[in-house]
Design a protein around this ligand. Structure first.
Ligand SMILES: N[C@@H](CCC(=O)N[C@@H](CS)C(=O)NCC(=O)O)C(=O)O
Length: 105
C-alpha cells in the first residue's frame, strides 16, 4: 500500500491495533510500539488501543467488514473528520506509528 497519503498527526487521530498473540508480524509490531513508547521523544504521544481479534471476536468481524480482510496486524486510524482508514502490513504500520510519534513531539 502507498502510505504517503496517510498523514500522521497525534492531535487529530485515534489509533487501534488489531492483532492476536500467535502472529509473528503482530509481535514485531507490538515490540516496535513498545520501543516507540519508551523513547524519550515520543513520550505520551503514542496512544494505541490494542484489539485482540480472538479474545474479542467482534473486532475480527469489524476488521473484515470495514477493513476488507481478516489479516493482522492492522492499524485502524480514526480521523477527527470522521474518516477511518485501515492500514495493513506490519512494515507500513510501524513506519506510520514512528511518524505519528514524532508528529508534534
Ligand atoms: N505481510 C503481512 C503478513 C501478515 C500475516 O501474514 N498475518 C497473518 C497472521 S501471522 C494473518 O493475518 N493471516 C490471515 C489472513 O491473512 O487472512 C505483514 O507484514 O503484516
Amino acid at each position: 500500500m502507498n502510505t504517503s497519503n496517510l498523514t500522521a498527526s497525534n492531535q487529530d487521530q485515534s489509533l487501534s491495533l488489531y492483532y492476536y498473540d500467535g502472529c509473528p508480524f503482530c509481535q514485531m509490531t507490538l515490540k516496535a510500539l513498545e520501543q516507540l513508547k519508551q523513547s524519550a521523544e515520543s513520550g505520551d504521544a503514542l496512544n494505541v488501543e490494542l484489539r485482540h481479534i480472538r479474545r474479542q471476536p467482534q473486532y475480527r468481524t469489524e476488521l473484515i467488514k470495514q477493513g476488507g480482510k481478516p489479516q493482522v496486524p492492522c492499524l485502524r486510524i480514526d480521523n477527527a473528520n470522521g474518516k477511518t482508514q485501515w492500514l495493513y502490513e506490519s512494515r507500513d504500520i510501524i513506519s506510520f506509528m514512528r511518524r505519528h510519534a514524532l508528529a508534534d513531539a
